[in-house]
Design a protein around this ligand. Structure first.
Ligand SMILES: [Zn+2]
Length: 418
């Protein structure tokens, strides 16, 4: 009963101190609709009323039902407004993961070039309790040979890094598949443990030899997916991007700042396929190749609609998903995400994406604690705070390493906790 009491006291205060504001708040006829409301007191000259169902005009906030008011000072831009939370709640920072983790979405890039840089990477991973990184930089041919030589040069690093093989999707046409499968077989011999990261350019931008867009479910690619099933290797695939990147860049877009910062994250429909068209092609691929194991990066961009991803898991037993770079959606729905991660505990893999060691602890905190309302590591992704999902230990172990080991047979399998 605390809240109504507070509201009533607040209204009383306003009635006594700001009579003009109450006129605005309680009497929609006090000003002509859509016109500035006049009156004495705080809001004089800065307020107006609006018809039911409409929003306040730019620069004004709805201070009471159908009553808008402009601030007394110029409003800061969203880039500059950085309010500090005054909320005091228990804080549990988690520097290193509770169980050894496999980062299934690693982009170490140049760090695999020499035994020295590999040693530096492994030392950083040690501080985070990341026992293994799966490098998904689309390596192929000599690059895999050199990277695995650098990894194997040191007994301390030889079981810590594995790589996925890239597929070159340029010039798909007659003869392409035979060459791609032969290269993949060579790459697996050289040490690749899977395929990926298949980039968003598949579907979004890559053209076939005949000049048409290469669709994700193009039948000319089928021999490659079949080869993955035959070789027993998973396919790690990133399709499209967050759905807001495909929508109008207006002030209702949750990712306005991000797409304003990065021009290559805008996909207007006159130049790119629609988000749903890409999802349909992707799901056709998963369904058609039911013997191939697919891992959808970024929870398939459905972290904002976990029920949708759940239906996909139910319909496609060959599908897994990875959590990189969508922590902002997991951490804003702690109860729903908790239940989802428990229900689909055999289907979700940990991965980080862009390699910044200082960002991993945010993942540990979201997955392992029940902390409330804390900052995310990249403000432009999300204008909200995160909450801990507080996963049980058995689920954490599956998320952190057991699922990755199960679907990727060529990962070093010894020495993990039970
Ligand atoms: Zn990636």
């Amino acid at each position: 009963m605390r809240r109504p009491l507070t509201c009533r006291s607040l209204l009383l205060l306003i009635t006594c101190v700001f009579p003009a504001a109450v006129v605005l708040a309680q009497d929609p006829t006090s000003g002509r609709q859509g016109a500035p409301a006049s009156g004495r007191g705080q809001g004089a000259g800065r307020g107006m009323t609006i018809p039911a169902g409409e929003s306040c005009p730019p620069g004004m906030a709805e201070i009471r039902p159908r009553s808008c008011m402009a601030p007394q000072f110029p409003a800061p831009s969203i880039v500059d407004y950085r309010p500090h939370s005054t909320l005091v709640t228990p804080v549990h920072m988690v520097k290193s993961a509770k169980y050894p983790a496999i980062d299934y979405h690693g982009h170490p890039q140049g760090l695999l070039n020499s035994p020295e840089s590999v040693a530096g990477l492994v030392a950083q991973l040690d501080t985070l309790n990341v026992r293994m990184m799966v490098a998904v930089d689309n390596m192929s041919g000599d690059r895999i040979v050199r990277a695995m030589a650098a990894v194997n040069a040191n007994p301390k690093s030889k079981d810590r890094i594995r790589v996925l093989a890239g597929i070159d999707f340029r010039n798909v046409g007659p003869g392409w598949a035979e060459k791609a499968v032969a290269q993949l077989e060579a790459d697996v011999k050289a040490g690749a443990v899977g395929v990926g990261e298949i980039a968003k350019s598949l579907g979004l931008t890559i053209k076939k030899a005949d000049g048409t867009r290469l669709k994700i479910d193009d039948p000319e690619l089928d021999p490659v997916w079949d080869a993955c099933a035959r070789l027993g290797i998973p396919v790690f695939i990133h399709t499209a991007d967050p759905q807001e990147f495909f929508e109008a860049m207006d002030l209702n877009n949750e990712r306005w700042l991000e797409i304003a910062l990065f021009g290559d994250r805008r996909y207007p429909s006159d130049r790119f396929p629609k988000f749903e068209a890409l999802m349909t092609e992707r799901d056709n691929l998963f369904r058609k190749h039911s013997k191939t194991t697919f891992v959808a990066a970024h929870l398939g961009w459905h972290a904002n609609n976990l029920a949708r991803l759940g239906k996909m898991f139910d319909a496609m037993p060959n599908l897994y998903a990875e959590v990189g770079a969508v922590l902002y959606d997991i951490g804003r729905q702690p109860r729903g995400a908790h239940d989802f991660f428990v229900k689909y505990q055999d289907r979700i893999l940990f991965g980080k994406d862009a390699y910044y060691p200082e960002e991993y602890p945010y993942y540990w905190r979201v997955f392992e604690t029940a902390d409330e309302y804390f900052d995310y590591y990249r403000g432009y992704h999300a204008f909200w705070k995160l909450y801990g999902v507080d996963l049980p230990d058995a689920v954490l172990k599956k998320l952190y390493f057991q699922n990755a080991l199960r679907i990727t047979k060529a990962l070093p399998q010894a020495g993990w906790p039970k």
